[in-house]
Design a protein around this ligand. Sequence first.
Ligand code: ZN
Length: 198
Amino acid sequence: MDLYSGYINKLIDELATLPGIGAKSAQRMAFHIINMPKDRVERFAHTILDAKENVRYCKVCYTLTDSETCPICANLKRDHKTIMVVENIRDLAAYEKTGKYQGIYHVLHGAISPMIGIGPSDIKLKELIKRLEEDVEEVIIATNSSLEGETTAMYISKLIKPTGIKVSRIASGVPVGGDLEYIDEITLLRALEGRIEL
Ligand code: ZN
């Protein structure tokens, strides 16, 4: 039995496809949107479209940005010889929030996971290797301490070792299986400062 009209069902279904949004939240959001003034709904819809049309990957580090190069990569005051490798943009944001890291980043957009069929070519790995042709002194691997994160870290270090570039891994102060995003800044800084050369 359909409780609601086709339009509202369609809206609920769309919202429910968003990460972390269950059926109940999707319903609540749908009713909220229906009750919003029309101009607000229009603004909201345009914001989504504008973001989709204008946001792209930074051509250097692959974080999301409005321009060709993100503000971090474009900042000449940052240390461009140190690259921190993270799994996703949320992890980059977590390190940026500490305000202490002066290097630049590389966003992999995932981690190697043979279990679900994600191999090295499914993440931004060859893009990282390409960057090593520039003047790079250290690559800090800050993937999560999950099985996938560790597998990825090992894989990357094996690739980089022969180049002679220093490779380090953030310290294990980060709890196993911990998502970097949810770890407090002090723990993150400690993990960074206590990094171990591989
Ligand atoms: Zn960038």
